[in-house]
Design a protein around this ligand. Sequence first.
Ligand SMILES: [Zn+2]
Ligand SMILES: [Zn+2]
Length: 244
Amino acid sequence: MNISLKFKQILIGSLLKPFFKQYCLLCAAHNAGELGLCNPCLSDLPYHSAPQCPQCGLLSNGLICGSCLNLPPHFDATYSLFTYEFPLDSLIQHYKYKNMLPLANAFASLLHTHKPIADTLSHKIDLIIPMPMHSARLKIRGFNQALELARIISKNTKISLDYNTCQRVRYTPPQASLPLKERIKNIRGVFNCQQKLYGKNIAIIDDVMTSGASLNELAKTLKEAGAAHVECWVIARTLAKLHD
Ligand SMILES: [Zn+2]
Ligand SMILES: [Zn+2]
């Protein structure tokens, strides 16, 4: 490249920089890094680092919990970056309902570099599948928050993204409005896989895991289609047990 042109680009870049200064999404400090959060806010987030059940992510002594032993879920493991509490809950609400897509970059980068997930990458995940959204809901919201996360994770990890094989074929009321038993009934049979997934190791991407009913139903559908191993990668996990 022509040296004077390069010099001009550097000069323009440095002149414009102050106008594009990154403000922290949480505290509006001026020194937010690439993820849009400043270091103190980033380290104050509620990371899910307490000993937990490796299968469902709920608190335990680090071994498989009683509920998973009694009624094993269809997914084999759960990795959650955060617990679903302040200020993470409002960040996720902003991301989902206020279309704050820049947060997708922050969440996705933090998720796939989360140590337990980075370690599991070596177990050879073949496919990343985002939690499917029904087309009617997609029309209302304008984007599938799980798909946006999955796109970035797939790009950064070079693991294939598949958002076509498995679809949500039935429109259901939002899970958040229902008690646990209703959630399980509400979600039954809503997914359909159009192709076989023989022997695949799959990571399902979702934003929040609450009762785990949707992830469990999707894992069931993926296993019925032949998947060998299914794990959940979520941004946040609620830890309070739901009342049934
Ligand atoms: Zn901050
Ligand atoms: Zn468990």
